[in-house]
Design a protein around this ligand. Structure first.
Ligand SMILES: *[C@@H]1O[C@H](CO)[C@@H](O)[C@H](O)[C@H]1NC(C)=O
Ligand SMILES: *[C@@H]1O[C@H](CO)[C@@H](O)[C@H](O)[C@H]1NC(C)=O
Length: 274
């Protein structure tokens, strides 16, 4: 992405964010996966990280509608005036444009920036986005403490707020809560909603694998885990991967696959092809 310290991206777009019907949401997601209309890069080099760059990156990932591509990046210059964020828009109606924004140090500032980049007509509402983000974060903290029922209720609230962004994250987290509550079909449903919204979100595929695994659908679970690893090979090492059910499920799953392999090998030995 060519980030120029220049022209503001103001008035960028005509997104329609207020999608209530699942069909429209899916259509939008498909477009998004082919080409992001707005790219946002958050500097996570030393100085910006000290100033909260990673937290802002996480907030932006949680707030951004699916067709906004958010990622980290190296130094954008202006060290000390961060966290710095580069943004570029390829929306032809606005003529596109790129700019660097400094001092984006809180989730609230990040939400304001998104509102600015997406434009007034987008339907992106910073306050609503922040409320859903706060509910999800509270839920995830509850989940880490083992309060799955509390987490499920909060995540249902967050989902019902129907925010422009972060819905896939809320569904994915609720699937984890439901799985620990023993609601396997509910968990599977949530992972599939998350995948519809964000097909390239590896953790949703992991959680889908967990739900399928719990259903003893081992073959399907294997494919789901493989999808996650294809999307992000590092997923196996991530904290969330180890922290969640995967930690327990994966060795079991691998043992199961190993057994199946042995069975297949034995079958080959006992019935040699002529
Ligand atoms: C990050 O900052 C260090 C100095 O702190 C610098 O050497 C390095 O090139 C920077 N990396 C990027 C990708 O900007
Ligand atoms: C499980 O999740 C479904 C949603 O898919 C929900 O309708 C149902 O009430 C949940 N069941 C339990 C026992 O919580």
């Amino acid at each position: 992405m060519a980030v120029a310290v220049a022209a503001a991206v103001a008035g960028a777009t005509a997104f329609s964010c207020s999608l209530s019907s699942p069909r429209r949401r899916r259509a939008t997601t498909e477009r998004a996966s082919s080409a992001a209309e707005v790219e946002i890069r958050v500097c996570t080099n030393r100085t910006c990280t000290r100033q909260g760059g990673r937290e802002v990156l996480a907030a932006l990932e949680g707030l951004a509608p699916p067709r906004v591509d958010v990622a980290s990046c190296g130094c954008l210059g202006r060290c000390g005036a961060g966290p710095n964020i580069g943004a570029s828009s390829s929306v032809s109606a606005s003529g596109g444009g790129a700019a660097v924004f400094g001092h984006v140090g809180t989730a609230a500032r990040a939400a304001q920036l998104l509102e600015h980049l997406l434009g007034g007509e987008s339907g992106f509402d910073a306050a609503a986005g922040l409320a859903a983000l706060a509910a999800r974060e509270k839920a995830e903290a509850a989940l880490e403490k083992g309060d799955a029922a509390g987490a499920e209720a909060l995540l249902t609230e967050a989902i019902e707020m129907n925010p422009c962004g972060g819905l896939h994250l809320a569904y994915r987290s609720r699937s984890r809560a439901r799985l620990s509550l023993g609601n396997i079909t509910g968990a599977l449903f949530d992972t599939e909603e998350a995948i519809k919204i964000a097909p390239k979100f590896p953790q949703a595929h992991l959680s889908r694998g967990d739900a399928l695994f719990a259903m003893e659908e081992y073959q399907a679970a294997e494919y789901a885990y493989a999808d996650a690893l294809d999307l992000d090979p590092s997923v196996r090492r991530t904290k969330s991967f180890r922290r969640t059910l995967h930690f327990d499920a994966l060795p079991l799953f691998q043992a199961r696959v190993e057994k199946l392999r042995q069975k297949a090998a034995n079958a080959e030995i006992s019935s040699p092809s002529s």
